[in-house]
Each structure stands twice: as C-alpha cells, then as structure tokens.
Design a protein around this ligand. Structure first.
Ligand code: SAM
Length: 218
C-alpha cells in the first residue's frame, strides 16, 4: 500500500490550484488555506480516481457516505477560528480529511463516526499518512461527554436541530459549527457559547450534507 502515499509534483500542483480556487470562492483565512494546501487529498482516493481528488467536489467513500467538498471543509473550518492547541470534537469522521485539516491547524482532534467500517478504515489509514487524531466509534449526536469540554465542535452531517448536549459540552468562549435543516438542504449555523447558559447563534449559507443519524438527530 506504500505506493498510495506518494505526493508527487502533479498532485502538489493540483493542490495549489485548488487553494487558489477556494480563495476565489471567498475563503479568506490564510491558515485554513495553508492547511488545505498541506493535506494530500488524493491519499483519500483510490489511485484510479486521483484525477478527481483536487476538484472542488464531494466524492463517494463507500457506505453511502462522501468525503466533503473542499470548499465546505474550508468554510466550516474557517468558522471554527482554530487556535493552536484547541481541543476540537468532530462529529462524522468519514474519510478523515476534515480531521487532518484540523490537525494541520494545530488542533487536538477527537473525531467520532457511527459507521463501523468507516471508523475502522480511517483509524487504520490516517496514522500512515502522519495524522493521529483520537478516533471514537458511536453516535456523535450526543457528543462525547467523557472527554468534554471542547473549545470547538464541528458537525459534518446535516442535523434537524442543534443538539443540546453539544452546547453543554462546549467551553465558555467555545464555538459549535453545524449544518441544520431538513434531509435535503441545511443552513450552516455557528453558536458561540458566551456564558454557562448563554449563546449567540448565527445562520449562514445553504449546504447539502448527508444526514446526521442518531439519538439527537434523524
Ligand atoms: N468529515 C468527513 C470527511 O472529511 O470526509 C465527511 C463526513 S460525511 C459528509 C458525514 C459522516 O457523518 C458520515 O461518515 C456518516 O456516517 C457520519 N455520521 C452521521 N451521523 C453520525 C452520528 N450520529 N455520529 C457520528 N457520525 C455520524
């Protein structure tokens, strides 16, 4: 499998072009762009599909799930305002690509996936790529209380509402980024925790995510 993790000039060039495309589409945070520029997205694809890896599109990863579109990853990451050392919970590990972008930004990443096959695969391959977030298997719609509080929480699947549990697991000053809507389209929501029971909520652009499935979800 070692051949798979070769980052050659062609892929590096394609990645640079992707970063420029994201910049043109409105991603302004230079640290986020730098992180996207570092993570070899083709590592998440079968070699047959490497020519798709640096297009700004979501792509099937098996089990009916997708690796998110780079623009969406950059958009959500930008909203998290990651500082080095932030403790971040990601709900919906999927391919692990988003987790790697967060690791590149210096976050301590806890990531949870409900589908066992994806969890097993991602937990196995990410360390070979040099990324070592902490992996969990289970329903992330309830967060992971055992390791709370978190500085930031990112949900990478579409939820019907903002789960109360996730808000409880945020530090004061912490940020939750979550797409909320129906099973087809969602609005990106950011919630800033300003006090023990105080929150500032902002509703942003429309996206299309796979559904968040679980106890506090669909
Ligand atoms: N972040 C991923 C990446 O970078 O590839 C993309 C995630 S994909 C769009 C959404 C993922 O959320 C799927 O892998 C799905 O199985 C997972 N998911 C859905 N509901 C979940 C839940 N309640 N807890 C944990 N994971 C969940």
């Amino acid at each position: 499998m070692a051949y798979k993790y070769i980052d050659n000039y062609r892929e590096q060039g394609a990645r640079k072009k992707l970063v420029e495309e994201l910049r043109k589409k409105g991603i302004e945070d230079e640290d986020v762009l730098k992180a996207i520029g570092k993570v070899p997205r083709h590592f998440f694809f079968d070699e047959t599909f490497w020519n798709q890896a640096y297009r700004d599109i979501a792509f099937p990863i098996g089990e009916g799930q997708t690796i998110s579109q780079p623009y969406t990853v950059a958009y959500q990451t930008q909203l998290l305002h990651i500082h080095k050392g932030d403790k971040v919970l990601e709900i919906g590990t999927g391919s692990g690509y988003q987790a790697c972008v967060l690791v590149e930004l210096g976050a301590k990443v806890y990531t949870i996936e409900r589908q066992e096959k994806l969890y097993e695969r991602t937990k196995q391959v990410l360390p070979h790529m040099g990324y070592k977030p902490k992996f969990f298997l289970g329903d992330g719609s309830r967060g992971i209380a055992k390791h709370a509080p978190y500085d930031k929480i990112i949900v990478t699947a579409g939820a019907p509402t903002v789960p109360e549990e996730l808000l409880k697991q945020l530090n004061i000053g912490g940020i939750l980024v979550i797409p909320v809507g129906d099973q087809d389209l969602q609005k990106m929501i950011t919630v800033l925790k300003t006090g023990e029971n105080d929150y500032e909520r902002i509703t942003l652009d429309t996206f299309r995510f796979v559904p968040l499935v679980g106890d506090k979800a669909w």
